[in-house]
Design a binder for this molecule. Structure first.
Ligand code: ADP
Ligand code: MG
Ligand code: MG
Length: 943
């Protein structure tokens, strides 16, 4: 914690080939500050960075803990650093003849693009501007810088930081912007660069008057007041509405705080030999290893990102349909381009990752203003990771860690059905900023996007450009479409970070905000109309086109990554599947078995008519004899079903869960169905109704279900077990491989397992004899989903060969939260931070996780090779998967589409493990995973 002793160092200087800080000090200096220090000071880099200094994040913490004031010594340290800057630049802060101007820039540990504030040209006033004009010989430029300062300062310091920002969005920036637009319009100007000295001078006057009138305070002339106002405003922006919103979405802790960077200004707006730009060392859209970027001549700072003018490409490769007519930087300033190219190469080699770079050219001199690890979409992340690995830039562990498990979702993302794309005309083309296909109903404001989404509508947000104010609406939209801006615009950056479908710079579209419509080459689209976007190509379609899944097998980088994953991953990943189709899907995604095959699936949906009728017959049967007849008929279906899936799985283990849900779920309630049943059973309707009524339960979730059914109706278990053994036996006799694991659900005592095991043993013997087989490989185990079963796991393991934690029910019963009713209260728990996450989405590691861990350990005390896994939603959640690895599970199981994600998460977990044990050089506290090892006998069929 920051102590305000005189020894405390609150300020870190960089410049003149040296730096107090470096890249490893992100927590203290923020990302921007740490990287500025690295670029300026590291012997491998030594790039031309304008000198400056960073005020640490500790000061931010101090500021908030001390009633928004600064530690005393800060004043002195800042003054000293400004003095050093003056020495290096030969300019003086506040000087009338040769004034030093500075930027005041925010910079948190993790980049929060555009969420916090930056003020440029600090130090300009009616006096110092004279010096700037004299030195630059360019009055127009000086006034352009001045009007920018007034606008930024009024907005950031005098309004936002003061907390007087009006809610309607009509803040001071907007008012001043309107004044500028008015001048442009009345004079028929096309771009900001058309404004003359006279226009700008008049604007400065008008700006000042407006500031005084609207904010009740004059723009401060004193450079020092400007500087300290700016510093305070950057700290205040940490708790600005947008920043808070962004942190919530990105899960960035509120107490990290931001650093402040003060840096000597360099000017990209000093004429046609000046420019500013943003570039990436590799293409962030698709991962290709090519230098990619955009720039604007005679522009300053935000102009590129704000999308005010269409930026030009830095080289041929960066051209797009909107910018292909514009001259590249390579052509226009070949020498500087070469220099920039060398720097970007050096940066990537040094950081060993794709860098996002800000640069400015002032009168033919290149300056580097920022570098950071560039955001990329999932497709690009996979490609960069695998290519950097083959280029030997990074090792296997780094390559795997470079891709976040959830980023794979983008590779599994739906695309517009190509057939539909062939027959539907493209109504507009823009830049492909975020890949995948998406569709929704058009809305024109962020607020509407939020509102519509809350109503359950799927929306596409259509804007001229987005600003950080729009993040919430962007987040809630299926896709984002902007008419302005380039690949480095705000919308593109944010969408890329989230892996959201996004098209920017779609100049074909003209928005008519007042009547909530847009026109695209003759097509009129109104609010609420459906549109479909191809974010991979940048195409817009009218209407709702069908989306289809993409073909992963053809993605070379994905396959390369998965090969690496297989090398390091320890824990197995299975899929939940109950049809041959799902099973095949899972195998294609790399599943190493089925962790949950629900027998009841055959009673739902397609082709369920007949089995469902037979099940119903069985349910309303009164005598064992009636029930047996119904079960005999049902047996045929169950066996066929199981056999088909076992066959697809070719000997990979298939965990088959015995019938789980409460029976009354299947009882018909419409009278036609009831009549049919009564006819079939030969009983009267009133008798049937009575039987149905008798099945009613007050709390079915805790009622007559799971193993309890098998105990009260042993013939149900018998039928299923026979189906499993016969299916396996028949496949084996055909020379195929099959391996099943019989799983008993909803158990709470070992006695239940013993009871059911007797049935299993008897049927096993019968089937072996009938089929003439000496043995049929299988395992007998149970789901652990009732807390008591976890507590008594040592006993459960006396009979069970495996455990599969049913974490959905285990969470429900541990918390006492009804899974079906959490909607009423869980949101409040999350808002009030009583709970950090929804425990049904990610395992509650400290509570439910404790039960799982204890259950695993106790079970393995009884049976050291007890196989342990989980099934349920958590198996596809990256954090939960890592947890399962840490406690030594053999496998996790999840839906087919989550399999790649779980595999990658399992690899991450193995790497983290290796890293910590390398660090501790001690044995891990927990037993190493046994990696699915079971007794040889049982593996017969697998090998
Ligand atoms: P953000 O975190 O939103 O990117 P920055 O602090 O990078 O904000 O600043 C916003 C813009 O101002 C960027 O384009 C940056 O390059 C430019 N800028 C910041 N400091 C300077 C400076 N000293 N000289 C010239 N341009 C600057
Ligand atoms: Mg920046
Ligand atoms: Mg369950």
């Amino acid at each position: 914690m920051a102590k305000t002793t005189s020894a405390a160092k609150f300020v870190y200087f960089f410049g003149g080939g040296k730096a107090d800080g470096n890249e490893s000090m992100k927590n203290l200096l923020g990302g921007k500050g740490a990287n500025l220090a690295e670029m300026a000071g590291h012997p491998n880099l030594r790039l031309p960075v304008p000198p400056g200094f960073t005020i640490t994040t500790e000061v931010c913490t101090w500021y908030y803990q001390n009633n928004k004031t600064f530690p005393q010594v800060l004043q002195k340290q800042v003054a000293e650093s400004i003095h050093r800057m003056e020495k290096l630049t030969g300019k003086t802060f506040g000087d009338i003849t040769n004034p030093l101007l500075v930027s005041v820039r925010s910079g948190a540990r993790k980049s929060m693009p555009g969420m916090m504030e930056t003020i440029l040209n600090v130090g300009l006033n009616e006096q110092t501007i004279k010096g700037l004009i004299a030195r630059s010989g360019d009055e127009r430029f000086a006034y352009d810088a001045y009007r920018r300062l007034i606008m930024m300062y009024a907005d950031v310091v005098m309004e936002k930081a003061a907390g007087i920002e009006p809610k309607n969005g009509k803040g001071i920036r907007k008012l001043l912007d309107e004044k500028l637009e008015k001048v442009k319009q009345s004079k028929g100007y096309f771009s900001d660069t058309d404004l003359t000295v006279g226009d700008l001078k008049a604007l400065v006057k008008e700006y000042k008057a407006t500031v005084l009138k609207v904010l009740g305070k004059a723009f401060p002339e004193d450079p020092n007041e400007q500087l300290w106002g700016g510093i305070g405003a950057v700290f205040a922006s940490w708790n600005g509405r947008r920043a808070i919103e962004y942190r919530r979405i990105e899960k960035i802790p509120d107490d990290w705080g931001t650093a402040v960077n003060i840096q000597a200004m360099v000017f990209g707006n000093m004429g046609n030999d000046s420019a500013t730009g943003v570039a990436f060392t590799r293409n962030p859209g698709n991962g290709e290893n090519r230098f990619y970027g955009e720039y604007l001549v005679n522009a300053q700072g935000e102009d590129v990102v704000a999308g005010i003018r269409t930026p030009a490409p830095v080289n041929e490769y960066s051209k797009n349909p909107q910018s292909e007519h514009l001259p590249t930087l390579e052509k226009r300033m070949p020498q500087l381009y070469k220099e920039l190219y060398t720097y970007q190469k050096r940066l990537e080699k040094h950081y060993k990752d794709m860098q996002d770079i800000e640069f400015t050219i002032e009168k033919g001199t290149l300056y580097m203003l920022q570098c950071r690890v560039g955001k990329r979409n999932g497709i690009a992340a996979v490609r960069m990771a695998t290519e950097m690995y083959s280029e030997k830039l990074i090792d296997i562990h780094t390559a795997i860690k470079r891709v976040a498990p959830n980023q794979l979702i983008e590779l599994l993302l739906p695309m517009i059905d190509p057939k539909a794309e062939q027959v539907n005309p493209v109504i507009a083309k823009g830049l492909p900023a975020g890949p995948g296909g998406a569709k929704g109903r058009v809305v024109f404001s962020s607020a509407e996007a939020v509102e519509w989404a809350h109503r359950g509508e799927k929306v596409v947000l259509v804007r001229e450009e987005t600003s950080p104010e729009d993040v919430d609406g962007m987040h809630k939209s299926q896709a984002i479409l902007t008419t302005k801006g380039g690949m480095t615009s705000h919308a593109a950056l944010v969408a890329r970070g989230w892996g959201k479908c996004c098209i920017v710079g779609c100049g074909d579209i003209e928005i008519h905000q007042e009547n909530k419509t847009f026109r695209a080459n003759g097509t009129l689209i109104k609010e609420g109309d459906w549109i479909t976007l191809n974010g991979t190509k940048g195409f817009v379609y009218e209407g709702s086109l069908p989306l289809v899944d993409i073909d992963l097998d053809k993605n070379q980088s994905y396959n390369d990554l998965m090969k690496l994953v297989s090398k390091v991953k320890v824990m197995a990943v299975r899929t939940n599947a109950e049809t041959p189709h799902d099973a095949e899907q899972g195998l294609r995604f790399g599943a190493e078995g089925i962790g949950l095959f629900r027998t009841e699936h055959m009673f739902y949906g397609e082709n369920s008519e007949q089995p469902l009728f037979l099940l119903r017959k069985m349910i309303v049967s009164k005598t064992a004899k009636e029930r047996k007849t119904a079960l005999n008929d049902l047996f045929v279906f169950v066996k066929k079903d199981i056999k088909a899936t076992l066959e697809v799985m070719k000997g990979y283990p298939v965990t088959i869960r015995l019938l789980d849900p409460p029976l009354h779920e299947f009882v018909p309630h419409d009278s036609a169905k009831l009549h049919e049943l009564s006819r079939e059973l030969g009983i009267s309707m009133s008798l049937l109704r009575r039987r149905v009524l008798a099945l009613h339960e007050n709390n079915p979730m805790l009622g007559h279900r799971g193993v309890r059914l098998g105990i009260s109706y042993p013939e149900i278990t018998e039928m299923q077990v026979r189906a499993i053994f016969e299916a396996t036996a028949e496949l084996l006799k055909d020379g195929k491989k099959a391996f099943s694991e019989i799983m008993v659900p909803v158990t709470c005592t070992v006695n239940e397992l013993t009871h059911q095991k007797k049935i299993v043993d008897r049927v096993y013997k019968e089937v072996c004899e009938n089929k003439g087989l000496a043995a049929i490989p299988y395992l007998y185990g149970t789901m652990i989903e009732i807390p008591r079963a976890a507590i008594k796991a040592d006993h459960m393991a006396e009979v069970a060969d495996f455990f599969s934690f049913g974490t959905n029910d285990l969470t429900q019963m541990s918390f006492g939260f009804s899974r079906d009713d959490i909607g009423g209260f869980l949101p409040v728990y999350l808002d009030e931070k009583l709970l950090h996450d929804d425990p049904f989405q990610t395992i509650d590691q400290e509570g439910v996780g404790l039960l799982i861990r204890m259950g695993t350990e106790k079970g393995r005390k009884t049976k050291p090779h007890l196989k342990v896994g989980i099934c349920g939603e958590h198996g596809g959640d990256a954090e939960s998967v890592k947890f399962c690895h840490r406690i030594g599970m053999n496998y996790v199981s999840c839906s087919p589409f989550r399999v790649p994600i779980a595999r990658l998460a399992a690899a991450h977990a193995a790497i983290e493990d290796a890293e910590t044990s390398a660090k501790n050089k001690s044995k891990p506290a927990l037993p190493a995973p046994t990696n699915g090892k079971v007794s040889k006998k049982h593996r017969l069929a697998i090998s």
